[in-house]
Design a protein around this ligand. Structure first.
Ligand code: ATP
Ligand code: PRP
Length: 208
């Protein structure tokens, strides 16, 4: 099966935005990934399979060769920070910004700044570059709650419409990075399955 190609995708936004792109390049899953409980799905192309994994796990599957290529948000790739992946194409989907935010009523206080985030590595890098020492509190979701309940002074989270910040009495104060989803490729697969992968990249390139 070395000649087949496995693509890692996460359910939710990325799957929703990726299926139309795959369809445009002639790849259609045999079952609806949203309805199926299968984690490996065949497609109309006998040599192309999809695997369904958590968004944060996509780079790990691709890095270790469980999948040849994958689709992951730049936020996830910055955190994963691997030199073992190629990132040949910005698909321009699931666009948002990674932002620093605080309460609208934010008041500075003495002591080290506490920042709650799922993105600990990127947050540390951001503050280190500014020479600011911070205490980082790792959360896995609902970051917007942390300043409201006094858990943290600030948060680093994704912002699209800004509705979640607004609904929780927060405001963004800085953009750390513009985010979109990228096609990532396992380095060994890029050599061994070069023709197939190049063909996928160039057909996607034409439509994004
Ligand atoms: P998991 O449930 O596995 O922890 P997740 O909740 O981060 O993953 P999604 O919410 O589907 O999964 O987000 C997947 C990717 O979509 C993110 O990594 C990011 O790149 C992008 N994204 C997240 N939130 C938004 C948003 N509000 N608007 C646009 N893109 C977003
Ligand atoms: C993401 C992100 C923000 C929200 C921002 O959460 O973590 O909370 O979207 O979008 P907005 O600016 O348009 O309001 P998501 O909807 O993915 O929820 P989850 O992280 O709990 O899955």
């Amino acid at each position: 099966m070395t000649s087949s190609l496995t693509i890692a995708i996460s359910k939710g936004r990325i799957l929703d935005d990726t299926l139309p792109l795959l369809e445009k390049v002639g790849i259609v899953p045999e079952e609806n990934p949203d309805k199926s409980r299968k984690l490996i799905l065949g497609t109309n192309q006998p040599d192309i399979n999809l695997i369904i994994v958590r968004a944060t796990d996509v780079p790990t599957y691709v890095e270790y060769g469980g999948a040849d290529v994958g689709i992951a948000g730049k936020d996830i790739l910055l955190e994963h920070d691997s030199s073992e992946l190629y990132e040949p194409l910005d698909l321009g989907i699931a666009k948002c910004r990674l932002m620093l935010a605080e309460l609208v009523q934010y008041k500075t206080r003495n002591g080290r700044l506490r920042v709650a985030t799922k993105y600990t590595r990127t947050t540390r890098k951001y503050f280190t570059e500014q020479g600011i020492q911070v205490e980082i509190i790792k959360l896995y979701g609902s970051m917007e709650l942390a300043p409201v309940l006094g858990l943290a002074d600030k948060i680093v989270d994704l912002v699209d419409t800004g509705n979640t910040l607004k609904a929780n009495g927060l405001k963004a104060t800085d953009t750390i990075c513009e985010i979109s989803s990228r096609l990532i490729v396992n380095k060994a697969a890029m050599k061994i399955k070069r023709d197939k992968i190049k063909q996928l990249i160039s057909s996607l390139e034409k439509i994004v």
